[in-house]
Design a protein around this ligand. Structure first.
Ligand SMILES: Cc1ncc(COP(=O)(O)O)c(C=O)c1O
Length: 370
């Protein structure tokens, strides 16, 4: 793990009960664990709140690539016929991920919601801050959830059954090496535990992925087509794991989890290695540009992945508000206070972001390292 977070680990569940470990590192959290979670991309809400028409917003509130993979026309039979599994989607995905056993799902979100149903009530540590749907899914299925900052994972691994990490993390951008992940997996699987690695943001940095590691008991990797390919609306993702886990998923999901048009488009996007290579270079250049703009204008350290940059400051809420008043939507995370910026999609949008950022009022701020 490459970045530090000073927070303690915290425990929550649908009906929280007090719990501490012998070294008192685990405490109850009051974070919500049920109902709908907050996400980026809720432009409709911003339109109502700030009274600015939809087409006048620059929405940087997600980490979705604004340069979408060029979607072709879909043949009529994809709409007419029931989807069939011999259309080459699984093979294209196996080649792209370098693995031998996977299952397509309607977005990695579908897998996130189902995973907790495949285990008896367990002690589950989830990276925090992270994509909040993980915690919501485990806690609402009767598991005891521990919110764990990236730099505390090592110290709690002996006390848990399941570890859920996001690599690279969203929003904190912490990265985990395969050596570190496989060491945790070995510790967990020895006692029937699982390591779940959510690789939704890894496509731009494939060397970091453990998707191609031969399938083993208790190792579950989740992938998304939404972020890197800019196809969040297509609702496609993959679970990469050993055949027994995949069979249980398949049984719960039933047939036709992906529509025919989704299967057709995803298969081609996964096979388009020229676009992928060119886009990896493009995204890392743009992410660096975003980092520089944020650091120069806000005077704060920015950190991120090729698809987003984040600043941590006690004034995140004020900046979020000021930007929204100028029609720029960002994603605010409350604890710790982070402001996440996705990539602008055109030169005009870059210019607009920079001109708003350079005029932002800068109250006394607490920098990331403080
Ligand atoms: C870390 C992470 N994992 C998974 C998802 C779910 O993505 P999808 O269901 O589109 O594959 C998201 C969505 O924002 C995310 O941020």
């Amino acid at each position: 793990m490459t970045q530090q977070n000073p927070d303690q680990a915290k425990v929550s569940q649908a009906d929280p009960a007090p719990h501490t470990t012998p070294d008192h590192t685990l405490i109850l959290t009051g974070k919500p664990v049920s109902g709908l979670q907050h996400h980026g991309g809720r432009l409709g809400e911003a339109v109502k709140k700030y009274g600015r028409p939809r087409d006048q917003w620059l929405d940087l509130s997600t980490g979705i690539n604004p340069q979408t993979w060029p979607v072709p026309a879909v043949p009529i039979e994809c709409w007419q016929r029931l989807p069939e599994n011999d259309d080459g989607l699984e093979q294209a995905a196996e080649t792209y991920y370098g693995c031998k056993t996977l299952l397509p799902v309607a977005g990695s979100q579908a897998a996130i919601q189902l995973l907790p149903k495949l285990r008896q009530p367990s002690r589950v540590a989830i990276i925090d801050p992270g994509y909040n749907e993980h915690r919501a899914a485990w806690a609402s299925n009767g598991h005891q959830v521990v919110d764990v900052p990236a730099n505390r994972i090592e110290s709690i691994i002996k006390e848990i059954d399941v570890l859920v990490v996001i690599n690279p993390n969203n929003p904190g951008a912490e990265r985990f090496s395969s050596t570190e992940l496989l060491r945790w997996h070995a510790q967990l699987s020895k006692r029937g535990g699982w390591l779940v690695v959510d690789e939704a943001f890894i496509d731009s940095t494939p060397d970091l992925s453990i998707a191609s590691i031969p399938a083993r008991n208790g190792l579950i990797v989740l992938r998304s087509i939404g972020k890197f390919f800019g196809l969040a609306g297509i609702r496609c993702g993959f679970v990469i794991s050993e055949p027994t886990i995949l069979a249980r998923f398949e049984q719960l999901l039933g047939p036709w989890t992906l529509s025919g048009p989704s299967r057709y488009i995803c298969r081609q996007a996964l096979a388009d290695s020229d676009w992928q290579a060119q886009m990896r270079g493009e995204l890392s250049r743009q992410s660096l540009r975003l980092k520089n703009i944020l650091e120069q204008n806000l005077g704060l350290e920015a950190r991120g992945t090729p698809l987003f940059q984040c600043v941590q400051t006690s004034k995140a809420g004020e900046y979020h508000q000021q930007l929204a008043q100028q029609g720029i939507l960002t994603r605010l995370f409350p604890d710790p206070q982070l402001l996440r910026f996705g990539l602008p999609g055109s030169e005009d949008q870059w210019q607009r972001l920079e001109s708003v950022l350079c005029c932002i009022r800068k109250p006394a701020v607490t920098s990331y390292s403080s």
